[in-house]
Design a protein around this ligand. Structure first.
Ligand SMILES: Nc1ncnc2c1ncn2[C@@H]1O[C@H](COP(=O)(O)OP(=O)(O)OP(=O)(O)O)[C@@H](O)[C@H]1O
Length: 242
């Protein structure tokens, strides 16, 4: 991890009518950092993330991602990031290989690059058996791992993961986190939302949102010390209960 800041938000705000979903949040994320973005349902995480990836315009405040302004340079941001949404976006009726080819094309990779990447992924994820199977036939954990790899196809500087491990078993979640570590070790910054507090422990730093505001932000170790508790679940409960 370096000291280069790849995400900087300053008083970033989103209102819907009179409702403030994201309330003047300020934070920064370093290159290669695994940054956990936590909060209860409805706290404003997805809304904040949508502003950071350039698909929702802030109502107030500002943010830069990969050096580009989210309000005025959204197209440049999209070229520099990967995104895996809660409803991850692989096509069930295409094979694994066809999905990789399709998304590689969208990300602007050449045929040769796609071929190379496909071979790499088959090797890394041990996909030999399933590469020509329809994605729809694969278990959820597999879909998520492939989806994550697809979001990294174009070697983005930052990858945004919105609850990437929802609904999968602990072993698959652990494997997924090994992939996250590997991406971070390769210099990719990982911005991840999760509801699993064991996953919060794996992050370099964690922010916790309550009603649109960031109420805590530090390493898991420092947060546990600050709140005088043993685990991130208790940190979260203390904050959420107010
Ligand atoms: N387009 C919209 N119009 C009006 N209200 C919205 C809109 N999008 C989100 N909200 C509201 O903003 C609040 C924050 O929602 P958001 O989806 O960002 O929360 P979240 O922290 O991501 O929750 P979850 O963990 O359930 O995904 C919620 O009260 C939601 O109803």
């Amino acid at each position: 991890m370096t000291n280069e800041l790849v995400i900087q938000a300053e008083n970033l705000t989103k209102t819907f009518g009179s409702f403030t979903a994201v309330d003047a949040i300020s934070f920064s994320v370093r290159k290669g950092e695994i940054f956990g973005f936590l909060g209860a349902n409805g706290a404003g995480k997805t809304t904040a993330m949508k502003m950071l990836i350039g698909i929702s315009t802030p109502s107030a405040g500002k943010a830069t991602v990969a050096g580009f302004d989210v309000s005025s340079e959204a197209e440049k941001i999209k070229k520099n990031i990967g995104y895996m949404s809660q409803k991850f976006a692989l096509y069930d009726d295409l094979t694994v290989k066809q999905n990789i080819t399709f998304f590689g094309g969208i990300y602007g990779l050449s045929r040769a690059q796609i071929k190379l990447k496909t071979a790499e992924l088959v090797e890394e994820l041990d996909l030999k058996e399933v590469v020509n199977q329809l994605v729809g036939a694969l278990p959820l954990g597999w879909k998520q791992k492939i989806s994550f790899s697809v979001s990294l196809l174009h070697n983005p500087k930052i990858v945004f993961l919105d609850e990437p491990t929802g609904g999968v078993d602990p072993i698959t979640r652990r494997q997924f986190w090994e992939m996250i570590y590997k991406a971070a070790n390769n210099g990719t910054t990982v911005f991840v939302t999760t509801h699993y507090m064991d996953e919060a422990e794996y992050c370099d730093r964690v922010s916790i949102m309550v009603n649109g505001k960031i109420e805590a932000l530090d390493s898991p170790k420092n947060l546990k010390t600050q709140f005088g508790v043993e685990n991130m679940n208790d940190v979260f409960l203390k904050l959420a209960r107010g």
